[in-house]
Write a protein that binds this ligand. Structure first.
Ligand code: PEP
Ligand code: MN
Length: 331
């Protein structure tokens, strides 16, 4: 349930509502809006008696939230939310492009490709220091050394950094170095990690699991937000279907479907969806055309020799083409 405050409600009236909700055994989370504040009741299993709430000072009305997710829902927060980091706004109308290699492979290589993607217009550098790999024998990432390289990239290029935390053991270190913490597809339902992500001050890029429904993705975002971190960015990165022409099937309809029910920004990862660089530019254009707030794309200076995901990594010239074609969409 949402408790809608009057436009001129005071902070102490909002606190009064929260105290009352707590006295009922639930939690009240204030959601400031452009015109007025709402207080979202979480923790209730069903009906909440609202007659006393309605008589509290500053309360305008109560509204039932019909979805199982509350804080991520557009019912709770009708305006789309935007996340601003420095001079980059994700969800602000202009597509934000995150680009870089699958994994951080070394300082010189990372600096070179970062400068390249920056020159072509990327605002955020991606690169994994901790890699969730299907095989335990594959390269697992450079760990803290990789994080230090990412910090150097930020310092040298001014690009913001997004990198993945793969478990509760490395998230603390990751949050010290990065601007945005990625939670990958394989971890979308790692509830301990989601709860921990709810306690960091850094925004979270939450990728959809490859067998997860949109509702499951939104419930995972709810885990993060219910712990106090409301800066969550969702990412569609392809799901598993019977189609075998691509690594995964980009669920392009997920973008408008998520936007209909949630206020959170939505990115698309065309690289892990396609699995082949030949399709990445086309999928990127499709993503922006259906309303994605940006892209996260793998780019490598020498894809055939990339340590991971070379087959789907763009050559720098292809990334340049991608940026030009997106500009041409005029969004
Ligand atoms: C990645 O972005 O590096 C990655 C591993 O992606 P996903 O979790 O979507 O597979
Ligand atoms: Mn990858």
């Amino acid at each position: 349930m949402l408790v809608i405050m009057n436009n001129d409600a005071t902070e102490s009236q909002v606190q009064g509502v929260i105290h009352h909700i707590e006295s009922l055994g639930y939690r009240g989370i204030p959601i400031p809006g452009a015109l007025r504040t709402a207080v979202c009741i979480v923790g209730n299993q069903g009906f909440v008696e609202d007659s006393q709430l309605l008589s509290l000072e500053g309360v305008k009305e109560t509204l039932r939230v019909t979805k199982p997710y509350k804080l991520v829902s557009r019912e709770t927060h009708p305006q789309s939310s935007a996340i601003t980091l420095g001079n980059v706004t994700i969800g602000g109308g202009q597509p934000v492009i995150m680009a870089g290699p699958c994994a951080v492979e070394g300082e010189e290589k990372a600096l070179t490709i970062a400068q390249t993607v920056k020159n072509y217009g990327a605002q955020i550098f991606r690169g994994g220091a901790y890699k969730p790999r299907t095989s335990p024998y594959s390269f697992q990432g450079l760990g803290e050394e990789g994080l230090k390289i990412l910090a150097k990239v930020r310092q040298e290029t001014g690009l913001l950094i997004v990198t993945e935390a793969t478990d509760n053991d490395n998230i603390e270190l990751v949050e010290q170095y990065t601007d945005i913490i990625q939670i990958g597809a394989r971890n979308m339902q790692n509830y301990a990690l989601l709860k921990r992500a709810g306690h960091t001050v850094k925004p979270i890029l939450l990728k959809r699991g490859f067998a997860a429904t949109i509702e499951e993705l939104l419930m995972s975002a709810e885990y993060i937000m219910s712990e106090g971190n409301n800066r969550v960015i969702l990412c569609e990165r392809g799901i598993r279907t019977f189609a075998d022409n691509t690594r995964n099937t980009l669920d392009i309809s997920a973008i408008p479907a998520i936007k209909e029910v949630s206020h959170l920004p939505v990115l698309v990862d065309p690289s892990h969806a396609a699995g082949r660089r030949e399709y990445v530019v086309a999928l990127s254009k499709a993503a922006i055309a259906v309303g994605a707030d940006g892209l996260i794309v793998e780019v490598h200076q020498d894809p055939p020799h990339a340590i991971s995901d070379g087959r789907q990594s763009l050559y720098p010239e292809q990334f340049q083409k991608l940026m030009l074609e997106i500009k041409r969409l005029n969004i």
